[in-house]
Structure formats: structure tokens, C-alpha cells
Design a protein around this ligand. Structure first.
Ligand SMILES: Cc1cc2nc3c(=O)[nH]c(=O)nc-3n(C[C@H](O)[C@H](O)[C@H](O)COP(=O)(O)O)c2cc1C
Length: 205
């Protein structure tokens, strides 16, 4: 199934950088992919290190409101302002970096805040992933792919998949020719509605 709206002019991208270092491989690969977006596509880049979040406190089942900090509010606004959310996380221990995971944990708070329409508003938007890892075999990143795919399914989002790169020292991903080639067309890929593995249509691309 092609997804015409995926390439529409009304797209706006939020790039969420979740590495623990500046100018890392994941950012390099993400910027290479973003450079291919149609001219004029709104892009916002946030570095989770510049907008640090405290550990998520699970107040979902408590009556008292948990006061949101300014960084949380800013990230929530940026998330809701985008049609496409790109989680750019290095592979850490075969999954997302702690910063990226913590940002996702906050989605749970935003889902359940009193009067929240977060779930309704996220439905139909598109989640993407970019990850760079030291291991040359991307199959070790299955856990990260599953996390993003199931999270998108939970929110009834579309899922554009994960762009993989290989590298360890900063800049090394530039030598991963296959990744740099795949980056060029990554955001032109299909974005099917995400499905849990047990749902009908799961795995169909
Ligand atoms: C805390 C930590 C955990 C890591 N875990 C893995 C891993 O599980 N598998 C892997 O292949 N590489 C792992 N790496 C290597 C990074 O994925 C690799 O250095 C990557 O290029 C970092 O991306 P960045 O430059 O965007 O920060 C790990 C690195 C760190 C610092």
C-alpha cells in the first residue's frame, strides 16, 4: 500500500536526538536522511541532553496533578506539533538510549493526564527510528525495532521503520556506505499503520 499523505506538503518533522554525546553517528545519519526531505518541509530538532527530563514519576493512578517542568512542556508541545516523530537513538544495550526511553515514558504521562487528548491526537501520525550501533549485524537491534513498532501500534500511529547504521567512533557511520545510501530514500519509504504482532494485517508492508 502506498501512503500518499506520507509525502504531502503538510508534513512537519520532529527529530529527537537521544545520544549521550554531541555530533554522534546517529545524528549524522539522521541529518543525512533529513537532507532528502522536500525543500520547505518544517523540521524541528531537539536534543534530549539540552532539554533534560527527570526520571518519569508514575502518577497515572493518583489524584494529585504532577506539575510538569518547562522541558516536559516544551517536549510535549513539540511532539504534538509534528506529523512525524523521528527517534534518533544510538543502540545502547540492544535498545533505546536511556534519554530516548525516558522521553517515551513521558508519553504515558501525557496519555493519562486529566482531560488529555494525547492518544487521539497522536493517532495517524508517523513514528520513525534511526539508530547507529557498533555491531555490524543490525539483527541485534531487533529489540529497538520491536519497541518502536509496538509503541506506534499502541498509539495507532504509522511506523516508517528504522534506519540502521554501523559505527563506533564519532563520524564512523560516514564510512557505512550502505547506511548512507539507505538514508537518501528513508523518508520516502512506506508508512503503514502499525500493528501489534497479534493483529490482523501485522507484518504486511
Ligand atoms: C552505553 C552504551 C551502550 C552501547 N550498547 C551497544 C550495543 O548494545 N550494541 C552495539 O552494537 N553497540 C553498542 N554501543 C555502541 C554505540 O551504539 C555506538 O558507539 C554508536 O556509534 C553510538 O552512537 P552515537 O555516536 O550517535 O552516540 C553502546 C555504546 C554505549 C555508550
Amino acid at each position: 500500500m502506498t501512503n500518499d499523505t506520507a509525502r504531502g506538503a503538510d508534513r512537519s518533522f520532529l527529530f529527537v536526538l537521544g545520544s549521550s554525546r554531541a555530533d554522534g553517528n546517529t545524528e549524522i545519519l539522521t541529518r543525512a536522511a533529513a537532507a532528502q526531505l522536500p525543500a520547505g518541509t518544517p523540521q524541528r530538532w531537539v536534543d534530549l541532553n539540552a532539554l533534560p527530563l527527570p526520571d518519569f514519576q508514575d502518577g497515572r493512578h493518583e489524584t494529585d496533578d504532577w506539575p510538569a517542568g518547562e522541558n516536559e512542556r516544551e517536549l510535549r508541545r513539540a511532539t504534538l506539533a509534528a506529523t512525524d516523530i523521528v527517534l534518533a537513538s544510538p543502540l545502547y544495550w540492544y535498545t533505546l538510549s536511556a534519554q530516548t526511553k525516558r522521553y517515551l515514558d513521558y508519553w504515558s504521562g501525557w496519555l493519562t493526564a486529566p482531560g488529555s487528548d494525547f492518544k487521539e491526537r497522536m493517532a495517524g501520525r508517523t513514528l520513525w527510528g534511526v539508530t547507529v550501533m557498533a555491531d555490524p549485524d543490525e539483527s541485534v537491534a531487533d529489540g529497538l525495532v520491536t519497541t518502536l513498532g509496538n509503541s506506534a501500534a499502541y498509539l495507532r500511529m504509522r511506523f516508517g521503520g528504522v534506519l540502521f547504521g554501523n559505527g563506533s567512533r564519532p563520524g564512523q557511520v560516514r564510512n557505512d556506505e550502505r547506511a548512507m545510501i539507505r538514508a537518501k530514500s528513508f523518508f520516502q519509504g512506506e508508512t503503514p499503520l502499525a500493528r501489534f504482532p497479534y493483529e490482523e494485517g501485522a507484518g504486511r508492508r
